[in-house]
Design a binder for this molecule. Sequence first.
Ligand SMILES: [Zn+2]
Length: 214
Amino acid sequence: MVSPDRRLDEASAILAITTRLNQANTPPVQRVQDLLQKLYEADSRRRALAPNVAKLSMDHELRALRNDINAALSRYSWTPVVTSILNLTPVSAWSPAVAQEVGSESGLNPDPLMPLWAKIHGGKHGPDEEWEPLAIWYLVHRGHWLRYRRCKECNQWFYARTDFQTSCTTACRQKFAARDSEFKKKRAQYMKKRYHAQKEADRKAMARLARRAK
Ligand SMILES: [Zn+2]
C-alpha cells in the first residue's frame, strides 16, 4: 500500500521531470533526453532480439548502444550516504554535495529516502545544471526511466501509467489511431492496385508468348 505522502511525492516528481523535459532546451536537459532516447533504443532492440539468446549476446548494435549509454553515464557520480540513524543502510545520493547535506540532517527520519524525495520537490525550480544529476538519479538509478516517454503523436514527454501507453492523452491516442488506420487503408489499396497491375502484366506476357508459339 502506497502512502498518500509518497503518492504526492511521486506526483511532484512526475511534474518536475516532465515539465523540464518539455520546456527547457539547455545542454543539461538535452543530455537527459539523449540518454533516455538511447535507453529506449537499446531496450527495444533487446526486446526484439530476446527470444534468441545467442543472437542477443552477439549483437554488435546493442553493445554499441550499451557503450554509448555508459559514456553518457560516466559524467555522473552517485555517493553512498547514511541518512538516518534509525537505518544504517547507505543510500545513493546523486552528488557528493547532496550526500553531505542529507547525511548531516537530524537523521531521525524513519524512511532514509524521504529527504531525497523532498529534493525532488525542489527539483522543479533550481537551475538545469542541478536538475540534471537529480533527474538522472531518479530516472536511471531508481528505475523510473521506462515510464517517461515521448508521445508518438505530439512528441511531448509524458509519464506512462501503464506499459502499453504510448500517447500522452486520449486525444493524441485517437489522432494517432486515425492516422494509423488511414495509412493502413491507403497501403492496402496500393497493394491491391499493384497486385492487379502485376496480374494484368502477367496476362499480357502470357498472351504474347502464346502468339509467338503459334
Ligand atoms: Zn501527445
